[in-house]
Design a protein around this ligand. Sequence first.
Ligand SMILES: O=C(CO)[C@H](O)[C@H](O)COP(=O)(O)O
Length: 223
Amino acid sequence: MTQDELKLAVAQAAINHIKPAILDGEIIGVGTGSTANFFIDLLADFKNELKGTVASSEASAQRLRKHGIEVLELNSCGTIAVYVDGADEANERLELIKGGGAALTREKIVAAASKQFICIADGSKLVDRLGAFPLPVEVIPMARSYVARELVKLGGNPVYREGVVTDNGNIILDVYDFMIATPQKTEEQINNITGVVTNGLFACRPADVLLLGTAEGVKTLKA
Ligand SMILES: O=C(CO)[C@H](O)[C@H](O)COP(=O)(O)O
């Protein structure tokens, strides 16, 4: 199977998983990235039943609207029943690295506001230890150099993602060569640096379900 076929398979599995929530009139949180895009395209089949969605990026909001799916402001929604999103890396504890598409802050907000977080990914994303994928950190622009120096002190090698401005008007530093032995601690340490908006570790709020696309079929891992 190609990687796209695996992404489509997990997107379909997520749709099956959330169908009861859609039919119950729940609002659905929608993530960002190529795997989330497969999910959005399948979600379009339910646009008449859907009460509404909350998007984790402007790109996903646009794609949802193109399908005629309503996109709501999180502030007008209260708690979201279920959030579906991809990941750049996941471990068996369902801790994640996200932010390859620079949407990490809004993704983290929607995940935090959701009762259930379903992560969808092809099997290549499952790792023993997080950190081979460079960890994205969203930073207030004027703090870029200061934050980079602090990240070096923590043992990382931060690289400015040239030409990228987040939906929140900030910049991204990608941290290479990070040995993330204790993801929760690292997430908190980085978030404590003044000037950091947030980082792409999802360990304090990991996924609840990981749907993993493999050649043998979709595997379900639960927290
Ligand atoms: O965190 C993300 C965007 O900020 C994405 O979920 C992550 O980058 C995975 O993307 P893809 O499904 O394209 O591999």
